[in-house]
Structure formats: C-alpha cells, structure tokens
Design a protein around this ligand. Structure first.
Ligand code: SF4
Length: 485
C-alpha cells in the first residue's frame, strides 16, 4: 500500500475534507486554498470540479493538494464561478483514481458532481439492489450509490430526486454537490460529520472546518444544521429540512483529534476544548512529576491544559521532525521500526533523570505509545506516566474514519492495567467519558440520549450499520458451514 505518512498508522484517520464555493470569480483557486487548509483530513488524493455556466471541468489526482494542483495550466482549465473540492484518504473503495472525488455523472437532468465526507453504512446493500436493477458502477466508492439513487429516482425535480436518494441511505454524510442549477450542501440527519457555511463578498462557501474559511478570508456564518439541505442558486439561498428530526450526534473525535486546533466547532474552540480535556485528566488522574511532556503535535494542547491545571512545568521532551512521512515511500519492516525515531526524538538533555507525564490524544493499536515510552526510558527518564486525552478506543468507526478492525484496537481486548503493562509505562490513565463531555461544555454525558457520537468509546452507534450486520451474518454462516474434522 502506498501511504503518505507511514508512521501514523497508530492513529485514527479522518477520511475526507470537503470545500465548495458558489458565486466567486476564480472559484477553483479558492477551493484549492480551502483544500490546503483541510489537508490534515486526507492526504492521499485531491480533486476539484468547477462549472462555468455551460461546461463542467474536473481535475483529480493522487497526492497532496500542492502536488495535484501545482501546474498553472491545470488551474486555468478549472474555470467558472462555482467549484467544489475534496481531499481524501482511501478506505471504503480503496485507493485508485476512479474513487477520487468529486465524483461526476451526466444525469438526464445534466451534470452532477459530488464531494462526500463520511461513510454510507448501507452502501453495499443499496449497491447490490441497484446492480440487480441494471446500474453499472464506475467506482467502488460508497458515495457513488448516491449518484445512482439520484439517477434512478422517479421524482421530477433534481432536488426531490436528491432528497429521495438521501432517504434511502444510512450512516454519515456531509455532502457538497455541484449542478448546472447551483450548489447543494447537506448534512445527514444526525450531523455526524461536520460542515460549516461562510460568506466571502457575494459568494457562499461550504467547508468541513472553519479553518478553511479563515484561509480564504471568508466570514463564518454558521454550521449547516444536522438534516439540513442548503440550496444556492441564482435566486439566492434556500434552506430545506426534508428529514424527520433526530437528536444530533456530531462526532466527538473531531474535538479530540481530527479537526485542526485553530478550528471552531459549534462555538467551541478546538484548542480550548483540548486544553480542558488535559485539565480534566489532571484532576481525574494526577501525577507527581517533574515535567508534563506532549507527544507532538496532537498531544500539545491537552498537555498544556494538564500542566496549567496541575502546576507542573510544561516542557518539550520530544522533538518532532516535520520532514518525514510526507513523501511516497514504501517502508520495509526495518525502516518502519526506525520510523518512530525519525518522526519523534527524545530531548535527552531535558528528561535524563526526570519523572515525566507523557500526554497523547489517543491509543489505537498501542505500538507508537510503546515505542515512545521506550524512547523516553532510553533517554534516561526516571519515571514515565502516560495520560491519554480520550477514553479507551474500544470500537471501530463506520462513519468515515479509518479505524483498524476491532481485534487490533488495544483497548478492545485489554483493561487499563494490562495496557499499562503492554506499553511499559509506570502508570496509564485515560480521561473519563464524563470528563470528555465536561471539556466540551456539557454537564456530563446523557446516557439515555448522548449528545455526540462517541461510539468508538462506548459502542453506542447512532445509526443502523446494515453492511456491517450483513458481513457478520455472512461470517456466521461461513463458520456454520465449515466442515468439521
Ligand atoms: S465512532 Fe468515533 S470517530 Fe466515528 S463518528 Fe463516532 S465518535 Fe467519531
């Protein structure tokens, strides 16, 4: 597998970022800028589709935004006052140019381009039904089922056909679509994945995160509401609420790790929330230590919060190189083993003989934590206490986040004491789920109706998981059919 960041396979990875501009000269150039700001949400491929009032233009490629859109000629061909773009990792559907978004189709009503952040959790089931009815798929992406459902819907207007399509899918979707009539942005009824709206002069902008609005100089207007569908056309902006009202369940992991710290989610600064998670950790699981040391970069705000709450000095005991893992390399096992050191190195002069609290955002497989603890010990740390700014990750995500299968999640088969022994730290503690909710500004988690999707910690999935259930049933049948003896 080709990867852009081989040393980050011990993190959950957001699959996609999306960005759209309606009503601005050089819309595609603004989209390219917006995608730069969303690069952390997907680094394997990028694409932009624009519409110039007559024709659609599209360019998609494998690699970072800067690489895919480095040629002036490419940007010149993406003409028009409306454009949408996408950055992605490859999970559902795998890598390959045919799965790179925006996806585009010529429907009976005209061109239709779509950029999707999330994952349709009944895509395989719907795809099977569409295949039986004669649909021929161009990609293996879950997003393409939406295009086919729009194409085969019997409703009259494109908007109604689109709504009809969305009513047949389950799971998580934030979508920006581009048609000859305008732009449509929408979020699934529970608003699992983020989507915000901004204004730049006369233009409307849609983006996965507010940081992308900042980059193009747009003013933040508001989040697209869960279940809301916003239509932008020559007649202006129209908001629709075509779904039955559901309790919103935005992904709690956006606050912990996925979003950039300079983004704001529903009025909460991501940076401040992360600091508060660190403060909760310091209250719940204090340590008497010489220094608080973040695992860079994602552990930095929580470590600052821990240090400020506990009165323990914050120090950079690990230095991160920003120049590894950004090239296309295929590491051998030997290089992969050295990889952690290439990316993170101990600041030995500081930590020798000291007791340290290491703060990281999460533990997924535990391999990186183990190597970092070992690195601290080799650098002479007297004690290494690990503090994690999320509850134990015990379940896979089916909503557009790349998680290892459940068996590979350390917390799925070990308790905290066993994990502590496995990563060889002197002590290990995770923030509690209640502490996490307090950090996000809630008084606690509403157990009957949680305010967020937190399924990777609790297993409490807010939607049906049809494909997963089909898979498990198939697996059970296979086991039953296995010959005995
Ligand atoms: S399962 Fe976890 S990562 Fe996935 S949407 Fe829910 S909270 Fe976010």
């Amino acid at each position: 597998m080709i990867t852009t960041n081989p040393y980050d396979d011990d993190k959950l990875r957001e699959e996609c970022g999306i960005f759209g501009v309606s009503g601005a000269e050089g819309a595609a150039a603004l989209v390219a800028l917006g995608l730069h700001a969303l690069q952390h949400r997907g680094q394997e491929a990028a694409g932009i589709t624009s519409f110039d009032g007559r024709d659609f233009h599209s360019h998609r490629g494998i690699g970072h935004v800067a690489r895919v859109f480095r040629e002036e000629a490419v940007m010149h061909q993406l003409t028009g006052r409306a454009a949408i773009g996408h950055v992605r990792y490859s999970t559902t559907g795998g890598a390959g140019i045919r799965n790179v978004q925006p996806l585009f189709a010529e429907l009976a009503s005209g061109g239709f381009a779509v950029a999707h952040n999330g994952n349709i959790s009944n895509a395989m089931r719907v795809r099977g039904e569409l295949n039986r009815r004669g649909s021929i798929f161009q990609s293996t992406s879950d997003t393409e089922v939406i295009i086919h459902l729009v194409a085969t819907s019997t409703y009259r207007t494109l908007l109604d056909r689109f709504i009809d399509a969305l009513k047949q899918v389950e799971g998580a979707y934030s979508l920006i679509c581009l048609t000859a009539e305008g732009m449509i942005a929408c979020r699934d009824p529970r608003g699992i994945r983020p989507l915000v709206m901004g204004r730049l002069g006369e233009a409307y902008i849609f983006a996965s995160e507010t940081v992308a609005l900042d980059i193009v100089g747009a003013t933040y207007l508001r989040s697209v509401a869960p279940g809301e569908l916003i239509e932008v056309s020559d007649q202006g902006l129209k908001s629709h609420h075509p779904f039955a009202a559901e309790k919103p369940k935005p992904c709690v992991f956006e606050h912990i790790y996925f979003s950039r710290p300079d983004s704001v989610i529903d009025g909460h600064s991501v940076y401040n929330v992360r600091k508060r998670i660190g403060a909760e950790l310091a209250i719940e699981s204090p340590v008497d230590a010489d220094y608080v040391v973040p695992v860079p970069d994602s552990g930095v705000p929580a470590a600052l919060g821990f240090a400020q709450q506990s009165g323990t000095p914050f120090e950079l005991g690990i230095i991160r190189s920003h120049y590894v893992g950004r090239t296309f390399i295929q590491p051998s096992d030997h290089v992969r083993h050295l990889g952690v050191k290439l990316k993170h190195n101990a600041n030995s002069a500081l930590i020798k003989g000291k007791s340290i609290v290491l703060v990281d955002d999460s533990i997924v497989r535990g391999t990186t934590s183990m190597k970092i603890v070992q690195m601290m010990r080799e650098a002479g740390a007297r004690e290494v206490h690990m503090r994690i700014a999320s509850p134990p990750t015990r379940h896979s995500c089916f909503y557009g986040v790349d998680t290892p299968e459940r068996a590979k999640l350390l917390a799925a088969h070990m308790n905290v004491a066993e994990m502590n022994a496995y990563i060889r730290s002197d002590s290990l503690a995770f923030v509690s789920i209640e502490g996490l909710y307090r950090a996000i500004g809630e008084s606690g988690r509403d157990a009957a109706e949680p305010q967020h999707c937190d399924a990777c910690f609790t297993g409490d999935y807010p939607t049906g998981l049809t494909d997963q259930e089909d898979l498990e049933k198939r697996h059970e049948l296979e086991l039953q059919e296995e010959p005995v003896g």
